[in-house]
Design a protein around this ligand. Structure first.
Ligand SMILES: [Fe+2]
Length: 344
């Protein structure tokens, strides 16, 4: 059912209040031409109501990358808070001489960033809470201390990676701390494996999701992974499709193993994609409680140098995730008491 605009404003007020947007703080609503107008108006109204000094910015014109727009970048870096309806973290340029990651550049001096892209009808269901933050930070602390991750499944996944080189991503749905980037509707932890250390097999099983294909896999795909890269893709239709997708990039980094983690958001609905198709950005799958998320491609968001335009997020069901042999998720069930939702 459609959410009223009054409700959209109320939702933004709640999530910006959780984000500690306060009277007198400077805030920018960062947009692109196709940004959801209801979010633009809702975010502005809520930020004004909270007393922030707020304005909208739509900086991407034609083919000019945002990172090359000095004036826009300085404004974003100088703000206390950026309501990101554009997607700073997914801006990528084929011009690899521009060695700037917009998201990292903006948060470096303490700007808080909250990204929102799902329609209000999804975000109403995925309103974040302080308890989401508590559980995600508990998972993040455990992941930050880990030296290895092992992932297994009855479908045949058996992957081992080494950890410790890259910072942990903690997404809990709002941005309340200096320099924190977050995503409304999220709820998971992830980390880049140390380059070249991923080895084993990943079986993307029937019913798992590949984003941005925004579709459920129908035929299992077996990936053979050696020294950090997918070396072989076996299976039926879905495997052929995936191989063809990678091939068109003509980029060996496209098949690198990227961030790995698990979902902690119990409000996510695995079946939502079946109805919403490309009307969703995929938070329901990416943050689904107890998933394992495998991904491919770049590690620049985590401060690495592996830059590629090809990036897939692949949340999977019924997997087990171990850190240094300690179970985080077993067959899709979150195990540590400080990460688990009571009653789940
Ligand atoms: Fe990703």
């Amino acid at each position: 059912m459609a959410v009223s605009q009054a409700k959209v404003v109320a939702m933004w007020r709640e999530v910006l209040a959780l984000s500690k947007l306060e009277r007198g703080e400077s805030a920018i609503v960062l947009t692109k031409p196709e940004s959801n107008q209801r979010h633009i108006e809702g975010a502005l109204a809520a930020a004004i109501d909270l007393g922030a000094q707020v304005f909208t910015m739509q900086p991407v014109i034609g083919d000019m990358p945002l990172r090359a727009n000095r004036c826009a970048m300085e404004a974003l870096k100088g703000a206390d808070f950026v309501i990101d309806l554009l997607g700073l973290h997914i801006l990528r340029s084929a011009d690899k001489t521009l060695k700037v990651n917009e998201k990292n550049e903006v948060i470096r001096r303490g700007t808080r960033v909250l990204y929102a892209t799902e329609p209000p009808e999804i975000l109403q269901r995925l309103m974040p809470s302080a308890d989401d933050k508590r559980r995600v930070l508990a998972a993040g602390a455990r992941l930050a201390a880990a030296k290895s991750m092992r992932i297994e499944s009855d479908a045949g996944t058996d992957l081992r990676v080494e950890l410790g080189k890259f910072p942990v991503t903690r997404e809990y749905g709002y941005s309340d701390e200096p320099g924190h980037w977050d995503h409304w509707g999220a709820g998971f932890v992830a980390v880049e494996s140390n380059e070249g250390t991923a080895n084993g097999t990943v079986v993307i099983d029937r019913g798992d999701i590949i984003y941005p294909f925004n579709s459920y896999v129908q035929t299992p795909i077996t990936l053979t992974i050696r020294d950090g890269y997918i070396r072989e893709i076996k299976g039926d239709f879905d495997a052929h499709y995936l191989r063809s997708f990678f091939d068109k990039y003509h980029d060996p980094e496209a098949v690198a193993v990227s961030h790995l983690g698990w979902g902690l958001q119990p409000k996510c609905d695995w079946t939502a994609l079946g109805i919403l198709k490309h009307a969703t950005n995929g938070n329901d799958g990416r943050a689904f409680y107890g998933n394992f998320m495998f991904s491919t491609g770049p590690n620049t968001n985590a401060g690495g140098t592996r830059d590629t335009l090809c990036h897939l997020d692949i949340p999977m069901l019924n997997c087990s995730v171990y850190l240094d042999n300690e179970p985080m998720v077993v067959k899709g069930q979150v195990i540590p008491a400080d990460q688990r939702v009571p009653g789940r």
